[in-house]
Design a protein around this ligand. Structure first.
Ligand code: IPM
Ligand code: MG
Length: 353
């Protein structure tokens, strides 16, 4: 197994350090894992003048999987868009065709009261959001800001090909098939042509999955239903933009965005694994960040790219044990609870393995 390690910016390096400790345990116990690190995002821009240097892209292409931290920070926000750290993750997704983004939102029993919603609304929640990553308004042309000050125009384009829609919907159906067999397809067909096409194709391919119950929901309603009654959902499938927004929203059902891992897969289950949260520059370098999303991203890698469900489970169980033993980083601590540091949380997970 060759894993590319790309820690990135902000809290990325701190949380990655904890995931690497978990990786060391797996190695010690006999898994043959080779790792190679590369700079990405702002860190790569600072060192090489580009957020996604050729060598970093090549490493991602050569490895079986990428463990990715997070990129971005205020000091880069005024750079030209092609030099901004976000370009690195968008570029990796596009260049490696990591089109299928799996974002599970699972409420750990230990954290049911860490959510801002009432525990009975979220307890036992196990939701999977499938988000398309290579199309939509993120990549659509034309895109520009043009015109003279006072009369400027900003343009982006929601663009989806039939092939792009088809392949992500198939991932949605197949994922539902392995779970509770309910797929909710998210669109905005009442306003947008691209989303009418999405709806039409979902209806078209549904007969191939007679065992899966397909429903459709407009994205605004879905955003509302997620906080009203999240347990009505099993698998949601959405385009790039709507999936981005809904997955941040879903993360808060689980108590903290610091808990949620994700997998971004190509057609051969090669993948990039990253927390869904960002680089959190406000707390970077202070040992406050929650490393669990990064560690759980490693577990997802074991499950989806390497087909090692038992190893994935071993990591997930260790995370549960750390939580059960009362370990809480600031984001999941309740008022009055003792907070632990990033590395204390990592150490607790390692102990539980
Ligand atoms: C995410 C992030 C990224 C996205 C940003 C950092 C480009 O919000 O992975 O959800 O919008 O896809
Ligand atoms: Mg996002």
């Amino acid at each position: 197994m060759k894993i590319a390690i790309m820690a990135g910016d902000g809290i990325g390096p701190e949380i990655m350090a904890e995931a690497l400790k978990v990786l060391d345990v797996l190695r010690r116990d006999g898994l043959k894992i080779e790792t190679e690190s590369a700079l990405i995002g702002g860190a790569a821009f600072d060192a090489h003048g580009h957020p996604l240097p050729t060598a970093t892209l090549k490493l991602a292409q050569d490895a079986d999987a990428v463990l990715f931290g997070s990129v971005g920070g205020p000091k880069y926000d005024t750079l030209p868009r092609e030099h901004r750290p976000e370009k690195a993750i968008l570029g990796l997704r596009k260049e490696c065709d990591f089109f299928a983004n799996l974002r599970p939102a699972i409420v750990f029993p230990e954290l049911a009261d860490a959510s801002s919603l009432r525990p009975e609304i979220v307890a036992g929640l196990d939701l999977m959001i499938i988000r398309e990553l290579t199309g939509d308004i993120y990549f659509g042309e034309p895109r520009s800001i043009s015109g003279e000050k006072g009369n400027r125009v900003g343009i982006n384009t929601m663009h989806y090909t039939e092939a792009q829609i088809r392949r992500i919907l198939h991932v949605g159906f197949q994922t539902a098939r392995q779970r509770n067999k309910r797929l909710c397809s998210i669109d905005k067909m009442n306003v947008l042509e691209a989303m009418q096409l999405w709806r039409d194709i979902a209806i078209e391919i549904a007969p191939e999955y007679p065992d899966v119950e397909l429903t459709h929901m407009l994205v605004d309603n879905a955003a509302m239903q997620l906080v009203r009654n999240p347990k009505q959902f099993d698998v949601m499938v959405a385009g790039n933009m709507f999936g981005d927004i809904l997955s941040d929203e879903a993360s808060m059902l689980t108590g903290s965005i610091g808990m949620l891992p994700s997998a971004s897969l190509d057609a051969n289950a090669k993948g990039l694994y990253e927390p869904i949260h960002g680089s959190a520059p406000d707390i970077a370098g202070r040992g406050l960040a929650n490393p669990l999303a990064q560690i759980l991203s490693l577990a997802m890698m074991m499950r989806y790219t390497f087909n090692l469900a038992d190893v994935a489970m071993r990591i997930e169980v260790a995370v549960r044990k750390a939580l059960a033993s009362g370990m809480r980083t600031g984001d999941i601590a309740k008022r009055g609870e003792v907070m632990c540091s990033t590395s204390e949380m990592g150490a607790a997970v390692v102990t539980g393995m």
